[in-house]
Write a protein that binds this ligand. Structure first.
Ligand SMILES: [Zn+2]
Length: 187
C-alpha cells in the first residue's frame, strides 16, 4: 500500500505493541480508518492515559495519583507481595485472593532495597510474598532480597507452584493463581 502512508504509519505503531503482529496491526489500522468515531474515541482514551496515569511513588503500580489507592489504604493486610509488573497486580486483585500491599520490582539495587525496607516499616508488614512466576532467576532474586531484609524480623513466603514453570500469569487462569497465593509456603 504505497500511497497509503498514514495507514502504514498506524500499522507500524500498532506493531510496536505487545502481542500484535502485522496481520492484527493491519486489521486494526483499517478498522480505524473506516470508523472515524471509533478512532476519535481511541485518541481520546489514549490522551487521557498519557495525561493522567503515572507510577505510584511507593509501589510502582499504575495510578492516577502520586500514591495509588492500594498504598493509600489503611485497611489492607500486613503483607507485601513483590511482583514483576503492574499487570500482575491487576490479575491478583481480580482474583480476589489477596488483600495486602504490593511492590513492582523492575530491577534490584540499593535504592530499591531501601524502598522496600521503608514500606515494610511504614506499613508494619509481617510477611513478604515473592509472587514471581517460578524460574531459576526468580528464585535467585527472592533469595537475594530475603538476605537484604532478613534483619527486619518478618516472614518470607513464595507463591505455590500451582503456577506452571515458565508460564506467565496472564496465561494462568485466575483460580489457579488464587490457589497459588493461598497455598504459599515459607522460604
Ligand atoms: Zn502504590
Amino acid at each position: 500500500m504505497k500511497d497509503l502512508h498514514s495507514i502504514n504509519r498506524l500499522i507500524e505503531a500498532f506493531e510496536e505493541l505487545p502481542s500484535i503482529g502485522k496481520k492484527s496491526a493491519t486489521r486494526l489500522a483499517l478498522s480505524i480508518a473506516k470508523d472515524k468515531f471509533k478512532a476519535l474515541k481511541l485518541i481520546n482514551a489514549i490522551e487521557d492515559v498519557v495525561a493522567n496515569i503515572k507510577e505510584c511513588e511507593i509501589c510502582g503500580n499504575f495510578s492516577e495519583h502520586e500514591i495509588c489507592d492500594i498504598c493509600a489504604s489503611e485497611n489492607r493486610d500486613k503483607t507485601l507481595a513483590i511482583v514483576e509488573n503492574s499487570k500482575d497486580i491487576m490479575i491478583i486483585e481480580e482474583s480476589g485472593s489477596y488483600n495486602g500491599y504490593y511492590f513492582v520490582l523492575t530491577h534490584i539495587d540499593d535504592e530499591v532495597i531501601q524502598k522496600l525496607r521503608e514500606i515494610i516499616k511504614d506499613k508494619e508488614i509481617k510477611e513478604v510474598i515473592f509472587a514471581f512466576p517460578p524460574s531459576v532467576e526468580s528464585e535467585a532474586r527472592s533469595l537475594y532480597i530475603e538476605d537484604k531484609l532478613k534483619d527486619l524480623n518478618i516472614e518470607f513466603t513464595q507463591i505455590a507452584q500451582g503456577v506452571p514453570t515458565g508460564v506467565h500469569f496472564e496465561n494462568v487462569d485466575v483460580n489457579s493463581l488464587a490457589k497459588a497465593i493461598k497455598l504459599r509456603f515459607k522460604l
